[in-house]
Write a protein that binds this ligand. Sequence first.
Ligand code: ADP
Ligand code: MG
Length: 662
Amino acid sequence: MDFLSLPVQNAYYIGEKYAKLLSKLDIFTIKDLIYYYPVKYADSRDIKRILDVEISNNNIIQGTVSSIKNIYTRSRKVITKANVYDESGMAEIIWFGQEYIPSAIKEGNNVIFSGKVYLERGKIVFKSPQFEVLKENIDPIHFSRITPIYSQTKGISSKWLRAKIKNILDKIVIEDYIPTEIRDKYNLLEINEALQKLHFPKEFSDIESAKRRLGFEEILYIQVLFHIRNEERKKRSSYRIEVDKIRINEFIKDLNFSLTKSQVRSIREIYNDIKKGIPMNRLLEGDVGSGKTIVAAVATYATYLNHLQTAIMVPTSILANQHYNTLKKLFDKFRIPIQLITANTSKVNRNAQIIVGTHALLYKNDIFNNLGLVIIDEQHRFGIKQREDIVSKGIYPHILSMTATPIPRTLALGIYGDLDISTLDEMPKNRISTKTYIVPNSKRNDAYEFIKTRVEKGEQAYIIYPVIKESENSELKAAEKEYELLKNEIFPSLRVEIIHGKVKNKDKILEDFANKKIDILISTSVIEVGIDVKDATVMVIENPERFGLSQLHQLRGRIGRSDKQSYCLLFTPNTDNERITYFCKHNNGLELAEYDLKMRGPGEIFGVNQSGRPDLKMASLLDPEIIKLARMAAPDIIENLSKYPKLQEKVVEAQEKVLTIN
Ligand code: ADP
Ligand code: MG
């Protein structure tokens, strides 16, 4: 095991106690510590002569301490007083309640002080300044430089982190996995130099070049991996699917709407891929309600016309049922045998040409005899592993993945570097954007009245509860309790039903809701993904602050799916929550994603941060220049990969990590 992967308490002067505190900052190994990026920097290069300090401002001085002592007041409070001088004059230093200071600063020490300066009784006085005691022949760590400021936690100060990181960086030499040729070619710093410049820059421009180098490495391995996969894919063969445009256009003409421009464009991009003999690997990205299903249906039909099977994999049985019903309606007139496969399926029709299912699909491989196309809906819900398992069923089918998680273009390149991307960037024309309001407690009853009026018009409503609640009782009970209240007291004359993860006949309930046998559906976030009921026009979300922005967006995407005006009502006591207010004003998934990205960072959003692996902080994914650079370098590196065994190891490691991104 190399030094960097050792637990952090193995570093110099860091023991168990501090290791425990550091874990709160997601720092577990020595590597985590030296890759702990400063959040900002303070310029402390300007050390003033004592005579030149600016009163009432912050100043930094350096001088010799001529006296220091603690004084105890009658109320047993401690005041520390020191005098310091430089060649220009004297200053007095005062601290309150910090008894330890005379053990840290001794008479005769050369010390830097930084803090606010007062003029009192004609004297220059620093009150409670920060300080650094200087050692002979050693440069100051905390002052007289561009000082890194770290995010701290109780018991771990920025100053402490700075000293420890400096200590480690000065003592070790890290092996650079990026070979010199590549560094030279792409103008990248050597790793030890990069880390020094990140933490202890001499110039502000050092920070930029350090981040460039570290960011490059952060995403390089994944990009190399993507590149290798892509090359491998291109060597494989798959069925050439001839597109029978005449029959497909008839099918499209038969729909009760006309396709949007971006649906047409995406379909054309898919045609282009599937007619080649190499497997398609395309991601169809489009906001909730943008109409991805019909694009998938067209691709399915084209495949069917070539006497090939299509498998459609979805994350929940609810969604599997819904897709099954949608496709059945679309294809009934062609008498295409469709099979639904969920955990409950016992009988399978071996002649099925379209197979819709949850990941239970993966275990029914005897049904696939000539699989031409695999469609993976809500692909972000699956791990890459699952996605690959289904792919290895047949002889390299074409793959169409679909997602409603909107991803800014550059980020998509970083994360989905091995996919071609089609985007549905417009909504079907008939849509009216949903109106979203925050409803304070005092308006709750008005909102219920409002729901009644909508139901009288033949519309339907969802009322959503967060999964985890503050009550000691489990969340389930809480949702159920609300259900009793709503059903018996607030909407006694309406048909109210409840659905959540533990309800047995979920599919039946949703079917009833879709068939308008239910007016109001009480639910948890189980209905978040993909459910499509046109007449549902009201959604109440209780405690919206408990949901992530993208989850809220997915939830709200369940309404506003027709030409009727829809309303999303957020029941919350926190009427001035910034995130929720932003959500009210924005209907566009991409805007919400970008906001979320800015506030929480990419690691959080893609669920990779909790691993505490600093090399997947992925800050670099926000930087298109770095992504471009890494993508450019990838083929270069692959050509010589056998020359760089260490780098090769890292690429293999990246493969394991990619599996956790979903
Ligand atoms: P998502 O992209 O969220 O999966 P769906 O495919 O479920 O969206 O489509 C949402 C609804 O919009 C469906 O009821 C679908 O029939 C309808 N739809 C799809 N395309 C169009 C269109 N071009 N014009 C009008 N309605 C459309
Ligand atoms: Mg969908």
